[in-house]
Design a protein around this ligand. Structure first.
Ligand SMILES: NC(=O)c1ccc[n+]([C@@H]2O[C@H](COP(=O)([O-])OP(=O)(O)OC[C@H]3O[C@@H](n4cnc5c(N)ncnc54)[C@H](O)[C@@H]3O)[C@@H](O)[C@H]2O)c1
Length: 286
């Protein structure tokens, strides 16, 4: 799989990250087949990919001279047969990912690299459910990937050299730079970040500081580009809670137990930018 010759790639899951990853591919001229469970989600995702691709061109992420890759959407996982690479980005639930990966790896050609964009589930645990565990690697894309072009590339204990090489070629074609890391719950970023978000939410819950004050301390005092609670709203508080559960279940570390305020916000449907309200209000957000 070399730079310009990559064929159609499959993206499984058309949520926040699936649409972001598909945007990067489409914007760089790579054809994509995007899979989700219903047409309404796929329709919304198509509109979002078109909008993000336009924005990406305006912001210089994509070359204006390169035509968009063809975007095909489907609810049928069988439609990914023949894909040059598979990127799984469904909801952060281990049993759901296991089901989707089992179905996907049954239809792709042996030797096709199978990537999971999981936030926190160990790659080897997911590889267990795949037809060929050696074909599986992790790539933890950032949100949105057309603006943040560095990813964690996770090598599981059974990932083959060929799968890692294919993942690196895919990332080069997508204009993304890998940081190579090992396997384990949360890898590098989410092992640290999810715990920080939970603690920041607990600070608000305890009445020690407002969300604005927490984030102002991180941006002003530490020079972070965004504070932990704005980051949580960008990720999606539902995904934060799912990732914390994954980390808690696999480490037994109580620091990852989602605090009451996070659970209450998710119960109230306040997921952050995607519902326009989380720790902050997001007028006009996607
Ligand atoms: N949100 C982030 O900032 C972020 C960053 C990096 C990685 N991730 C990871 O990416 C993955 C997706 O997260 P998200 O934020 O896009 O979540 P999301 O809730 O926005 O999207 C998940 C999508 O998966 C779809 N889905 C569920 N079951 C499916 C199935 N059987 N077949 C096909 N599609 C199915 C859902 O319908 C939904 O559209 C998760 O593993 C998450 O941890 C998220």
């Amino acid at each position: 799989m070399t730079g310009s010759t990559i064929g159609r790639i499959a993206v499984l899951g058309a949520g926040v990250m699936g649409t972001g990853i598909a945007t990067v591919a489409v914007g760089r001229g790579v054809p994509v087949v995007l899979v989700d469970v219903d047409q309404a989600t796929l329709g919304k995702a198509t509109a979002s990919i078109r909008q993000q691709t336009r924005l990406g061109r305006l912001m210089g992420s994509f070359d204006a001279a390169v035509a968009d890759g063809e975007l095909t959407t489907t609810t049928l996982v069988g439609a990914i047969a023949g894909a040059a690479a598979v990127i799984e980005s469904v909801t952060e639930k281990a049993d759901l990912k296991a089901m989707v990966l089992t179905a996907a790896t049954a239809v792709v050609t042996p030797g096709t690299v199978v990537v999971s964009n999981t936030s926190a589930i160990p790659i080897d645990e997911l590889a267990e459910h795949c037809a060929r565990p050696e074909d599986v690697v992790g790539i933890h894309f950032m949100n949105p990937p057309y603006l943040i072009r560095t990813v964690e590339l996770i090598r599981g204990p059974r990932s083959s050299d060929a799968a890692i090489a294919a993942a690196e070629a895919l990332l080069a074609r997508l204009g993304q730079t890998p940081v190579r890391v090992g396997d384990g719950p949360g890898f590098v970023i989410n092992r640290v970040l999810q715990r920080s978000i939970n603690e920041a939410a607990r600070i608000v819950q305890d009445g020690v500081a407002t969300p604005e004050a927490v984030d102002a301390a991180f941006t002003g005092c530490l020079g972070h580009r965004t504070g932990p609670l704005a980051t949580a709203d960008l990720i999606g508080l539902d995904n934060v809670v799912d990732s914390l559960h994954v980390l808690l279940e696999r480490t037994g570390d109580e620091g990852y137990r989602p605090c009451e305020l996070l659970l209450a916000k998710v119960k109230a449907g306040e997921f952050g930018r995607k519902t326009r309200r989380g720790f902050f209000e997001h007028e006009g957000a996607l």
